[in-house]
Write a protein of this length. Structure first.
Lengths: 109, 109
DNA sequence: CTTATTGTCAAGCGTTTACTTAAGTATTTT
DNA sequence: AAAATACTTAAGTAAACGCTTGACAATAAG
């Protein structure tokens, strides 16, 4: 399905814990522990959130030795941004058409 | 909480049914039935989705007589758009700083 | 070799989500 | 007034989420 990646991306961003992780990762790569440390939950819980972010494609990671380094994928951020932006633009385009129609209609009152 | 509106907005957009409703509403206002008709589910189910959209603030509605008319609130679309956009920009800013640093470091090789 | 660090897997539990069908209310239309 | 329309509420169910604790790697450091 074409949209299921949008599903997962928006769902990933719907949680404050996961947005906090994104917020951290836009400053640069981080390990699993670094991401989990500030969070008010157990490490396994944090890893589940991380898994949601990875499944959405917003975050990628690679393991070297015993440490896994995570980084954000800005392309996925753009994907979500673009969907919203395009819909807002459609809405604006409709308003423009409506305005033009009204201008035409009320010529020489 | 300041962020719970972002929570609800992203959560609302995470579902294909609700995105389809948004997609419809950017073309202009619609009634509950008009929104529900194309969907492969019962009317009450569609109304639950609509409620999620309203709770998020993405959609508003008013009832005249027996028909409820729904319209989108583009400001809420912008809210989501802006959050994503700002984070993507933070990520880009970091890359810029990194580039500048590397340029400085490798002067006169 | 022993120990600490870093991450992972699994089982369990309570809450929330996404529907369903059935019944009911308010407003038009005939 | 009777019937159709448009929406709303309620009750119930199955699946998904978010978290916990506990046990268990694998790697690095002393």
């Amino acid at each position: 399905m074409l949209n299921s990646s949008l599903d997962r991306t928006f769902a990933a961003l719907a949680d404050p814990t996961r947005r906090a992780m994104v917020e951290r990762l836009v400053q640069g790569p981080a390990t699993v522990s670094e991401l989990a440390r500030p969070l008010p939950m157990s490490l396994p819980a944090a890893m589940l959130h991380l898994k949601v972010l990875e499944d959405s494609g917003l975050v990628t990671s690679e393991k070297n030795g015993r440490v896994r380094t995570c980084r954000i994928d800005p392309a996925r951020l753009s994907l979500a941004e673009r969907w919203v932006s395009e819909r807002r633009q459609m809405w604006e385009a409709r308003l423009d058409r409506l305005g033009a129609f009204l201008d035409e209609t009320e010529e020489t009152p």
